[in-house]
Write a new protein. Structure first.
Length: 149
């Protein structure tokens, strides 16, 4: 799977999962500059129309060892400099152990590996679901079927 295919998979999942809440999903939206002065293009840009809030999702898929180890710390730094809320959605088996731990520990990263055509949450989408839910205030996503005490 290429990075673009992964970003499309994440975008389609987010649209199917949260579109009924007024979330509009866009691919490759330009938003300002990166920390090194390049034009920034957000992989998945979501806008909640009822609240007029936006959230950026940078997608990183790595299925083999490569240069991703050098790119992830930069991506996290660049995300923190973004003038809006956002996260890195990631998946794949090619991340080194250290980089995987870095992503798992970051409040700005979420593992997400939806299946094609998936609309319902699973353990493989839960982290991104929870980041979006906490940002947009969709507490029912977190509470689920639980009854208040």
């Amino acid at each position: 799977m290429t990075g673009g295919e992964y970003a499309n998979l994440v975008a389609c999942y987010v649209s199917r999962r949260f579109g009924s809440r007024g979330l509009k999903v866009y691919r490759e939206v330009n938003v300002g500059k990166t920390i090194i002065g390049k034009d920034r293009r957000i992989d998945v840009f979501v806008v909640c129309e009822p609240s007029n809030q936006a959230f950026a999702i940078e997608c990183k898929f790595q299925d083999s060892q490569g240069t991703v180890d050098e790119k992830i710390p930069y991506a996290l730094d660049d995300l923190r400099a973004l003038p809006m809320a956002g996260c890195i959605a990631y998946a794949g088996t090619g991340f080194s152990e250290g980089v995987r731990y870095m992503l798992e520990a970051s409040p700005h990263a979420a593992f997400c590996m939806p299946l094609p055509e998936q609309a319902d949450p699973t353990t493989d989408t839960r982290e991104l679901d929870h980041l979006l839910a906490t940002y947009f205030g969709w507490w029912d996503v977190l509470v689920g079927n639980r009854k208040p005490i």
